[in-house]
Design a protein around this ligand. Structure first.
Ligand code: LER
Ligand code: MN
Length: 274
């Protein structure tokens, strides 16, 4: 069956769908509530090993590390028209890959850090740049045994790879055995005609999964059908983490508890053999 985590950052973040607070408060609480893991969203890749150790000391896994704060706070952008910015973004991601490999964190997320892709006359030019950048990052991913988790993002956040079909086509062109898709129900609810069909289409290429309700609040606070979505995910053979990336309102503990109870109910209908 799936394991459950929540996206958390130890710092003040310019991103609303992530839990915040001190690691000493948040990590033990997640463990006590029954979470299996914590997804870390970080600005500085060198913060990863210490946080992974703390999480493991409390029995929590770290399935993936998110990098989007580097775009939001520092402007690091893999497809910036400025070569210097592109280089810094690429090097930063490679540092994430190296730290993830050393700490045995399975995946590094490429979401917002790919940039909006709007600095070119054609989106295809920005995609070409993204492909070149990811080829380099892919070599690092192979060296360190880390998955690159490419996340389709809705049209309001990027012009690049909005749908599962676009991301699948891109990944097959990239031809990197470490490149996987990260599917996020929030983005899929905006871009996909039928979420379940897109999950089935991504099939064995799913490397990680972000979960939020239709409005990006905790599962249970919107109108998505999680039994049906998790059933489709289960059908693909995916048995990794489903990681809540949600707006923390009204408060962290309420959100963490509601997420867990909604997902447990949705999973209870799935086959027991795992
Ligand atoms: C951004 O909306 C998102 O879903 C993140 O996982 C990407 O960095
Ligand atoms: Mn996401």
């Amino acid at each position: 069956m799936f394991k459950i985590s929540i996206a958390y950052t130890p710092q003040r973040a310019k991103f609303e769908a992530v839990a915040t607070g001190t690691p000493e408060a948040v990590i033990p609480l997640l463990a006590e509530l029954g979470y299996d893991g914590v997804e870390l969203s970080l600005l500085d890749p060198s913060d990863l090993p210490g946080l992974v150790t703390l999480a493991r000391d409390h029995g929590l896994e770290v399935p993936a590390v998110g990098t989007g704060l580097n775009y939001l706070h520092l402007g690091l952008d893999l497809t910036s028209p400025d070569e210097n910015v592109r280089k810094r973004a690429r090097e930063r991601l490679l540092e994430f890959v190296e730290n993830a490999g050393r700490s045995e964190v399975a995946g590094v997320i490429v979401g917002l850090i790919r940039g909006r892709g709007d600095g070119y006359s054609k989106t295809s030019e920005a995609l070409k740049v993204l492909e070149e950048q990811l080829r380099v990052i892919c070599r690092g991913a192979l060296d360190y045994g880390v998955k690159i988790l490419l996340e389709p993002l809705n049209r309001y956040e990027s012009l690049l790879l909005n749908t599962v079909a676009e991301a699948l086509e891109f990944i097959s062109r990239l031809d990197c055995e470490k490149a996987y898709l990260l599917l996020d129900t929030f983005h899929m609810n905006i871009e996909e005609p039928v979420i379940e069909d897109s999950i089935r289409m991504a099939g064995g290429r799913i490397g990680h999964f972000h979960i939020a309700d239709s409005n990006r609040y905790a599962p249970g606070m919107g109108h998505l059908d999680f039994s049906s979505i998790l059933s489709a995910l289960h059908d693909t053979g995916y048995r990794g983490f489903i990681s809540a990336e949600v707006i923390v309102k009204p408060d962290f503990e309420t959100v963490a508890k509601l997420t867990l109870s909604t997902l447990k109910i949705a999973m209870s209908g799935l086959t027991r053999e795992g």
